[in-house]
Design a protein around this ligand. Structure first.
Ligand SMILES: NC(=O)c1ccc[n+]([C@@H]2O[C@H](COP(=O)([O-])OP(=O)(O)OC[C@H]3O[C@@H](n4cnc5c(N)ncnc54)[C@H](OP(=O)(O)O)[C@@H]3O)[C@@H](O)[C@H]2O)c1
Length: 259
């Protein structure tokens, strides 16, 4: 019951990793889990899977729209007073070369994955600092450390998420408020259902995680002092290799992806 009496807000809670995290927080003592996404029907379905003893609040919000996030954030603050844990999880990927993608596609990925995380952080951070309690968990990706061909906007948004979180973590020193990034490899979710991936992904992605594994890392991140948790942990060695020997590793990464 690690999260006893805690209020947890999760973006992208209608599916995949966010949905699993909502279920797991509810069964680990959370007092209230706040589910956020664009799709009210899916959120109502997710609610049925949560611990019946947990209070569940649902908010529809397109997190790429600043005005909408501020309105939803204000409503949450008025109802809850403050929250203990914010999980910035909602995200999308659109596959394609920079030269072929529309600027709107690039903006959509950036505003959802990166700006959406900032909008929600700005809403909830002041009360966390005032209360001297809270944790922000940002779900990035291994793509926060590796540039993948045809995923420039996505990788850019995740690199940015990691950089933003690192800076913020230094600013939060001595506040008792923390920020931790969770960076998984590929996960079995609806993420790759986007039209742009059709016919572009290898039939077998190799080692693919169950959402449950990533959710476990999110729950661990919510009381961790670490900046980044890579999932699975041994993939951190690949990140180390890339930073230490980029001239060896980068050609391997670039040749393993097809256009
Ligand atoms: N799957 C992977 O291989 C993988 C690997 C590494 C990292 N990740 C990251 O994990 C996170 C969760 O993705 P997932 O794999 O669980 O994919 P998913 O099953 O497609 O879930 C994505 C979630 O984000 C929400 N969402 C998307 N755009 C939104 C918007 N504009 N406003 C509000 N909610 C929005 C979706 O909800 P609605 O459609 O209901 O709005 C959905 O709940 C993402 O940040 C992704 O980058 C995924």
């Amino acid at each position: 019951m690690k999260f006893k009496d805690q209020i947890i807000a999760i973006t992208g809670a209608s599916s995949g990793i966010g949905k699993q995290a909502a279920v797991d927080f509810s069964y680990n003592g959370a007092k209230t889990v706040i589910l956020i996404s664009r799709n009210i029907m899916k959120l109502n379905q997710v609610k049925k899977e949560l611990n019946p003893h947990c209070n569940v609040e649902i908010y529809t919000c397109d997190i790429s729209k600043k005005k909408m996030v501020y309105e939803v954030g204000q409503n949450i603050m008025e109802k809850m007073g403050a929250i203990d844990i914010l999980v910035n999880n909602a995200g999308i990927g659109i596959y394609g070369k920079v030269i072929d993608q529309t600027i709107e596609d690039i903006e959509k990925v950036t505003s959802t994955n990166y700006l959406g995380m900032i909008y929600f952080t700005k809403i909830f951070l002041p009360s966390m600092i005032n209360n001297k309690r809270g944790h922000i968990v940002n779900v990035a990706s291994l793509a926060a450390s590796f540039g993948i061909p045809c995923m420039a906007a996505y990788c850019g948004s995740k690199f940015a998420m990691l950089g933003f979180s690192e800076s913020l973590s230094y600013e939060l020193k001595n506040t008792n408020v923390g920020v931790t990034v969770v960076s998984p490899i590929a996960v079995k979710t609806n993420f790759f259902d986007n039209e742009s991936f059709k016919g572009k992904m290898p039939h077998k992605l190799g080692y693919v995680l169950e959402p449950k594994i990533v959710s476990k890392a999110i729950l661990r991140a919510a009381y961790s002092k670490r900046l980044e948790i890579v999932v699975p942990f041994f993939v951190r060695s690949a990140v180390w290799l890339k930073h230490t020997f980029p001239y060896l590793i980068n050609p391997i990464v670039s040749s393993s992806f097809k256009e």
